[in-house]
Structures are given as structure tokens and as C-alpha cells.
Design a protein around this ligand. Structure first.
Ligand code: GDP
Ligand code: MG
Ligand code: ZN
Length: 341
């Protein structure tokens, strides 16, 4: 086949798995094509975003593009195949959803802009170690609330179970009660260990055929889980620093990895920045699924922030045991981050 035949095909479609110095690595079922962005597309600035039509988001979208980041990992794109192994992206197809972070702003009065980490996500998987580093469940509540704010399903993965006696009958009390709590709230929880292999089959099934994003701080064991499921994924395992016991930071670009058993996974190299923004204070409670039934039923209705207000239905639910006091504390801390007085 001549290279001309490929060049004539403008309708190739694929998914961006990796970005690197102006090139987008587009995966199709048959091949990987490094693509540049067409100038025409660069100038167009606006492209349809399926999940959002509000003015505010539209503005953010333009800002995002202003900062040169108009194609995200996970985006489905159409491209011209140049016939020499490279291509040119001519269209970004509408996004089903996205996971984003707020990027630091250099000037005090400038607006933070949204940086899309990955588009078209099926699930967010917060990963926590049962021990080493010790888990901070408040952080898990943040990840979960963040996923909720993007309307993304979440699956909790607690790994290194071997360090606390395994997932069987001897399961550590704290892990047991926390697991039960999240499951009651409706979040699936997987208890796994890359060392003993327990829970790994369930994890494989949860990942299969889906696009997943692993979030969790460095050193919890994310990369090891992936390497264990699929040896040779080429992901570097960072050793815990012998001195500090913390994960060593290396700056690696984000990359979506295709899984042999179907689906793809993004291993974020540390996730401090998954804060919330653009969430109104009155809506923070909606990011906690177990609070939703009470939102709007307080004496002050939808203006209640469920803190000190009299006649608060959410606080009453905490008092009567329907809402975990621990999750409620996480809610209050999140409110503070969102500017609660
Ligand atoms: N005991 C135990 N150690 C683990 C397990 N998974 C990972 N580790 C260790 O934890 C450290 C950090 O792992 P890594 O996968 O690089 O974490 P990441 O930063 O989240 O990707 C490494 O020293 C791993 O060997 C596990 O299931 N059990
Ligand atoms: Mg890693
Ligand atoms: Zn209230």
C-alpha cells in the first residue's frame, strides 16, 4: 500500500494517550500515531463540551485554551494521517466528562484556570495504603468529593493489606470499620495487596474495559499495583526514601496506559492538587452522597451550611447515627477550603 492512501484519509479517529512537547500520541485500534495540532484547530479555540453549557464553564474553557492546553489525555480526536507515521489533529470530539485541577495563578487578581488532567473517564480510584504511609481518611473524603463534583464514579482501593495482617479474618479494626462506612455510603471498596496477591483479581475486573484514573499520594503503591496486574507496563516504582519514609518525587508526564485485558489507566504521580473549586458553599453537602437526602430539609432550607445553624437536618442525622461523624468532619473541613466563615 502506498503512503498516499493513508494521506487521503481524513476520518481517522483515536484517543490521546500521551502528550509530549507539542505531540499528541493518538491510539487507534490498530496503531499509535504521533500527531501535531492543526493551526486551524488551534485558532478555533472553542469546541463543544458535552457536559457543560453554562457561561462560566465556557469562559473557563477559553482560558484553558489560552494556556495552550486544548487537547487533553483521554480526548477522542479526528486526525489526518500524513502517511509517514505522523498525523495532524483536526477536531476534538465532545467530552463525556473530565477530571481537572485548578492551576496556580501567577497574579493575585487573575482567575485560576482549569487544567484538564484527563477526559472521558469511567472511574476515579483513590488508592490508600493500609499502612506505610498511614492513611488519612479525610484525604480520601476529599478525593471522593472531588470525583462527585465532576460527576465521576469512584472506587476506593486500599492496598498493602499485608502490612496489617491481610484482608481475611484478621482484618485490622480500623480498616474494617472504615471499609464498612464507605460501602454503606455506596462506594465500592477493594482490599488488596500486591505482595500477597489478595484482592488483585477483583482489581483486575474493576479495571477491565474501563478508563480509570488512580489518585493518591506518592508511595501508597499505585504503580506497584499496575505492574503486578500487567508486568512490564513500564511504570517506574519509586522506592520509599529510607530516610524520610516518604515516596520520592520524580516528575513524569501523565500518560494513559492501555491494559492487555481491555481498558486503560492513568497513574497520577501524586495528587495533592485535587482541590475543589467553583463549588458553591451551599452545594458542598451534595458531594457527600449520604447527606443528600437531608439537604434542603433544614430550617434555613438550602442556605443552611449544616454547621451551627439551628434546626439543621444534616446535623441531626449525624447525631442520630445516620451520617458518620468522621465524614461530617471532613465535610466541615472542605467547607472551610471553599471559603466558609
Ligand atoms: N508491603 C507492601 N509494599 C508495597 C505494596 N505495594 C507497593 N509497596 C511498596 O511501596 C512503595 C511505593 O510503591 P509505588 O508503587 O512506587 O507507589 P506509588 O508512588 O503510589 O506509585 C514501594 O517500595 C513498593 O515496593 C504492597 O502491596 N505491600
Ligand atoms: Mg507511582
Ligand atoms: Zn443544615
Amino acid at each position: 500500500m502506498s503512503t498516499k492512501d493513508n494521506a487521503s484519509n481524513a476520518n481517522d479517529e483515536g484517543v490521546v494517550y500521551k502528550k509530549s512537547t507539542g505531540l499528541y500520541y493518538v491510539h487507534t485500534p490498530e496503531r499509535v500515531v504521533p500527531c501535531a495540532l492543526s493551526n486551524r484547530l488551534r485558532k478555533q479555540l472553542i469546541y463543544p463540551l458535552a457536559a457543560s453549557s453554562t457561561g462560566g464553564r465556557r469562559v473557563r474553557q477559553v482560558k484553558e485554551i489560552d494556556h495552550g492546553d486544548m487537547v487533553a489525555i483521554g480526548d477522542r480526536v479526528r486526525f489526518y494521517d500524513a502517511g509517514d507515521g505522523t498525523g495532524l489533529i483536526v477536531e476534538v470530539l465532545p467530552r463525556r466528562n473530565r477530571l481537572a485541577r485548578r492551576t496556580a495563578v501567577p497574579m493575585p487578581d487573575a482567575h485560576a484556570f482549569e487544567q484538564v488532567i484527563v477526559a472521558n473517564v469511567d472511574q476515579v480510584i483513590p488508592v490508600f495504603a493500609a499502612a506505610s504511609p498511614p492513611p488519612h481518611w479525610n484525604m480520601l473524603d476529599r478525593y471522593l468529593a472531588s470525583a462527585e463534583s465532576f460527576y465521576l464514579p469512584a472506587l476506593v482501593c486500599i492496598t498493602k493489606l499485608d502490612l496489617v495482617g491481610g484482608a481475611g479474618e484478621k482484618l485490622n479494626d480500623e480498616i474494617q470499620s472504615v471499609t464498612a462506612e464507605y460501602r454503606r455510603t455506596g462506594y465500592p471498596v477493594l482490599l488488596v495487596s500486591a505482595t500477597t496477591g489478595e484482592g488483585m483479581e477483583e482489581l483486575r475486573q474493576a479495571l477491565g474495559g474501563r478508563t480509570s484514573v488512580l489518585v493518591g499520594k506518592s508511595g501508597v503503591g499505585k504503580t506497584t499495583l499496575l505492574n503486578t496486574l500487567q508486568p512490564g507496563l513500564g511504570l517506574r516504582v519509586r522506592e520509599l526514601s529510607a530516610r524520610t519514609g516518604k515516596g520520592l518525587h520524580t516528575t513524569t508526564g501523565l500518560e494513559l496506559f492501555p491494559l492487555d485485558f481491555g481498558g486503560a489507566v492513568l497513574d497520577t504521580p501524586g495528587a495533592r492538587e485535587y482541590g475543589l473549586w467553583d463549588v458553591d458553599l451551599e452545594d458542598v453537602a451534595l458531594l457527600f452522597p449520604e447527606m443528600r437526602p437531608w439537604v434542603g430539609k433544614c430550617r434555613f432550607g438550602r442556605t443552611c451550611l449544616h454547621n451551627e445553624e439551628p434546626g439543621c437536618a444534616v446535623r441531626k442525622a449525624v447525631m442520630t447515627g445516620s451520617i458518620s461523624p468522621r465524614r461530617y468532619q471532613s465535610y466541615l473541613r472542605l467547607c472551610e477550603d471553599c471559603g466558609a466563615p
